[in-house]
Ligand binder design. Structure first.
Ligand code: 5HY
Length: 252
């Protein structure tokens, strides 16, 4: 199968890190495309950033559909634009937060999320609520590390994330850790070995879930809420996003 992973921010270094981690997890027969939009914020650390990232993300979903990809991953822990992406895609679309939380709930009764900035903690709690994961989510912790500092040499990010994970196991009674940023994906195996508990990275989780869905022949239901949106004129800067004249999925 061919999957397309979209880093919704526009930082090439993060896209490359996401690509390396995704390809490590993918089966030999899975072709992995990894992209970021040509427009949007360099990192996503606020509601404003998330909204600005969605148009470029949806452009990549539409081009992925034209490329005939079997599924998409939105590789940002806020799962920006996930529902809209599902409306315009025919294959499955997975967000890394939803994917990581669900897999964590299968291997531990309680997990803590360790993420970047404190201002994004509320969104992670909101997603846990929306995904029905509140009863598994012991806590959401922030390391106060800006997203683009994660892979800067000398930032001390790895040590701060490890310390926050250890506190989660001690203080939250967490029995697994969910990494709350796509930029932490490369720390997953090391943290698993150091902490001795399951550490779930959403990039790898989403890749394996897409492979599972593909193996079961499961695609996004077009029966109701996630059917293609009603076509209508769209004006101004977003005019190209009008679906007027768009082929209907599965139409003959
Ligand atoms: C992410 N931001 O995974 C989120 C993490 C966050 O640019 N990629 C980003 O802090 O919400």
């Amino acid at each position: 199968m061919k999957i397309k992973i979209i880093n919704p921010n526009t930082s090439r270094s993060m896209t490359e890190l996401i690509g390396r981690c995704a390809r490590q997890r993918a089966l030999p027969g899975t072709e992995v495309l990894v992209v970021h939009p040509s427009m949007g914020p360099a990192s996503i650390e606020s509601h404003y950033d998330e909204v600005l990232a969605v148009p470029g993300l949806l452009q990549e979903i539409r081009s992925g559909e034209a490329q005939g990809v079997g599924g998409h991953v939105i590789a940002c822990f806020g799962d920006p634009g996930l529902q809209a992406a599902r409306e315009i895609a025919s294959g499955p679309v997975l967000g890394i937060a939803e994917s990581a939380m669900h897999l964590a709930s299968l291997v531990a009764p309680r997990f803590s999320v360790v993420t970047t900035l404190g201002r994004t903690v509320g969104q992670a709690w909101h997603l846990a609520e929306v995904y029905g994961m509140r009863r598994f989510c012991a806590n959401v912790r922030a390391c106060e590390i800006p997203v683009l500092e994660l892979d800067r040499p000398g930032s001390g990010a790895r040590q701060r994330i490890l310390a926050e994970c250890r506190q989660a196991l001690r203080e939250d009674r967490a029995e697994a850790i969910v990494l709350g940023c796509a930029g932490m994906a490369d720390l997953c195996d090391e943290l698993t070995a150091l902490l001795g508990v399951p550490v779930i990275d959403g990039v790898g989780a989403a890749v394996k879930l897409l492979e599972a869905l593909s193996g079961l022949g499961l695609r996004t239901s077009k029966h109701g809420e996630w059917a293609l949106p009603p076509a209508k004129p769209v004006s101004g800067l977003l005019a190209d996003f009008s679906l007027l004249g768009e082929p209907v999925h599965g139409a003959a």
